[in-house]
Design a protein around this ligand. Structure first.
Ligand code: NAP
Length: 577
């Protein structure tokens, strides 16, 4: 009974480390690791021990007998990988590297800015060293970044990564300083310079807060929105709750061919009754329940072989019930030439099957359309988006042989009431750090900006990969940080020039003196418990609190109710950051 990796694979390779017979690939260090769309179990060598399933943070690994109908294609997908990459050498890999130790152990205090997956994986790596203490700061009173505000509500398995995060935040030496903005702008409570003064090292894991523009006329019309804003809106991100989302028109167009584009297309066409059982925010749910949208057209500027959405997500889309998923080939061949790799080959098979389907007119429809770009958005009589002008593209290889979209000049206008640009996230400048405007990232070497200041996650590598991709990314950054400590490039508190350094305890005092309402782990747990309580009453996993002031109120009530308790290190007020 082999185990099978399914759609929600996060690629953090916890399963690879757990597997006693080295049957999960590509493993860290092997070609394809960190670029493959998922990991795969080799049925021939799997010994059915279930260790991988236990280790998987997102419940993506199952015995083949427990696959749902929608997951059955993953049996073939796992097998197909090994047809192409047999990994003939089954010598167990030393995937668990020996635990590194600091050359001159001493207490090290690190601030991690950003409580999303990247920041929490960094904290986890640092806390493998008993000398370290890690404060994780976030602008919001709630942690988990895009796992809370980005993962689609109909992907509850992926959200199980929060179980791993809950284990990380419970590690000794971990502390949250939530509700604390870092930088110079309005709302910031502490500057970069102050963090550098209070900690041995600062690691920024602030993600990519903005999104790319299309650069076509009419893009700013009402009714033209960023998909990333829409995702934040329906996921209850406090900053996005005022988004004006009008779903009165029958057609929506999503520009872009990534996994986010598929997420929003699914949510816009989902049965409201099914969404009611998810953690989708309440007001957006009511708007979606009253939606008049019947068709969502997803536009790829290049062909199906170049689509950025991953095979597991496409397979999940194809398995949807209650919605038509069709491919509009515009009369062109779906794919030409040799398929790009094993995943590309399987992708072609799924798309060909979708193209052969006959849509049920009673159902909502997702149309995947390729080789098409918007050239302008047109205003309707009410001043909102009423149409989108599209141009047909052809593929032309650039100097490096990469197929690029080139306009044929052949245009058409499609009536539409909502346009969502889903063409990728983009990182904003971080106060005090250099910025590469083209990539939206901070220039770095293996995570080092300068000794003592580091980056991890999307602000380091750009908006790519999956939740678990951040594990290997965090390992690299922490390894660089440890190199700098070992080389004496990072001054310790006692080694600082100009007298004794401040330490992280002082920062908490400074924040209190500034009147900053810091939410600590207990405060976050109180918000979490309240959301679960409200959700349970409504038969849902949670009902998110979307108002920052209310989050603070819930956290503060718990802080007031908490007794002072004695710890091994002295008296601590649990409600205080
Ligand atoms: P993405 O994967 O980078 O995809 C962006 C898409 O936009 C590409 O298809 C790109 O086409 C297209 N595009 C860019 N500029 C365009 C333009 N001017 N006109 C038309 N199309 C344009 O971005 P994303 O979907 O935002 O996802 C971000 C990351 O989050 C990815 O790593 C993704 O896998 C991850 N994610 C994962 C999941 C999941 O695992 N379930 C869910 C959501 C997000 P070209 O290829 O032609 O440039």
């Amino acid at each position: 009974m082999p185990y099978v990796v399914t759609q929600s694979c996060c690629s953090d390779a916890s399963c690879v480390v757990a597997c006693p017979v080295n049957c999960i690939h590509p493993a860290p260090g092997e070609p394809g690791f960190a670029t493959a769309e998922m990991l795969y179990v080799d049925a021939d060598s799997c010994v059915d021990c279930g260790a991988c399933a236990t280790a998987c943070p997102v419940d993506a690994i199952k015995p083949h007998t427990r696959l749902s109908e929608a997951e059955l294609p993953f049996l073939d997908i796992n097998a197909a990988y090994f047809d192409v990459f047999p990994h003939a050498d089954r010598t167990p890999l030393a995937v668990v590297a020996a635990q590194r130790r600091m050359k001159q152990p001493r207490p090290v205090h690190v601030a991690v800015v950003g409580a999303g997956p990247a920041g929490l994986y960094v904290a986890d790596e640092l806390l493998r060293h008993p000398e370290t203490r890690v404060d994780v700061l976030d602008r919001l009173p709630t942690p988990y970044g895009l796992v809370r505000a980005g993962v689609a509500p109909d992907h509850p398995h992926t959200k199980r990564a929060t179980t791993l995060f809950a284990a990380i935040e419970a590690e000794p030496g971990f502390r949250y300083l939530l509700g604390v903005g870092v930088g110079e702008g309005p709302g910031a409570a502490v500057t970069h310079a102050e963090l550098v003064a209070h900690y041995d090292a600062v690691v920024y894991a602030v993600g990519a807060a903005s999104d790319k523009a299309l650069g076509v006329p009419g893009e700013d019309l009402p009714g033209s929105l960023s998909a990333t804003d829409l995702v934040g809106w329906y996921n209850g991100h406090p900053d996005k709750q005022d988004l004006a989302v009008d779903l009165g028109h029958e057609r929506a167009v999503v520009v872009g061919n990534g996994n986010v584009a598929l997420d929003v297309a699914r949510v816009l066409t989902a049965d409201p009754d099914e969404l009611a059982g998810t953690d989708l925010a309440r007001v957006p749910w009511a708007v979606l329940a009253g939606s008049g949208v019947r068709e969502v057209v997803v536009l790829g500027r290049r062909g199906p072989d170049q689509a950025a959405f991953t095979l597991p997500e496409l397979v999940g889309l194809a398995a949807l019930r209650g919605v038509n998923v069709v491919v509009d080939t515009q009369g062109a061949a779906l794919s030409e030439g040799e398929a790009p790799g094993v995943e590309g080959d399987l992708r072609r098979q799924v798309l060909a099957e979708l193209a052969s389907r006959t849509p049920d007119p009673a159902l909502r429809t997702i149309v995947l359309r390729f080789l098409t770009s918007p050239t302008r958005l047109l205003a309707g009589p009410d001043g909102r988006v009423g149409g989108i002008e599209l141009v047909r593209n052809e593929l032309v290889a650039d100097a490096a042989g990469v197929p690029r979209a080139r306009s044929t000049g052949e245009t058409e206008v499609l009536p539409v009431g909502l346009v969502l640009r889903s063409v990728g996230y983009h990182g904003e400048p971080v106060d005090g750090l250099p910025h590469d405007a083209a990539t939206g990232t901070v220039p770095h070497t293996a995570g080092r900006v300068v000794p003592g200041v580091y980056v991890a996650g999307w602000v380091k590598r750009g908006p790519s990969g999956f939740i678990g991709t951040n594990k290997a990314d965090a390992q690299e950054t922490v390894s660089t940080l440890l190199d700098d400590l070992d080389a004496g490039l990072v001054a310790g508190p006692e080694a600082s020039v100009g007298g004794p350094r401040s330490h992280r305890g002082d920062l908490a005092r400074v924040l209190r003196e500034r009147g900053v309402a810091v939410v600590d782990l207990a405060g976050w747990r109180a918000i979490d418990a309240e959301e679960r309580r409200r959700g349970a009453a409504a038969g849902r996993p949670r009902t998110k609190v979307v108002d920052v002031a209310e989050m603070h109120r819930i956290a503060a009530q718990t802080a007031d109710a908490r007794p002072r308790r004695r710890t091994l290190l002295g008296v601590r007020t649990a409600g205080r950051a």
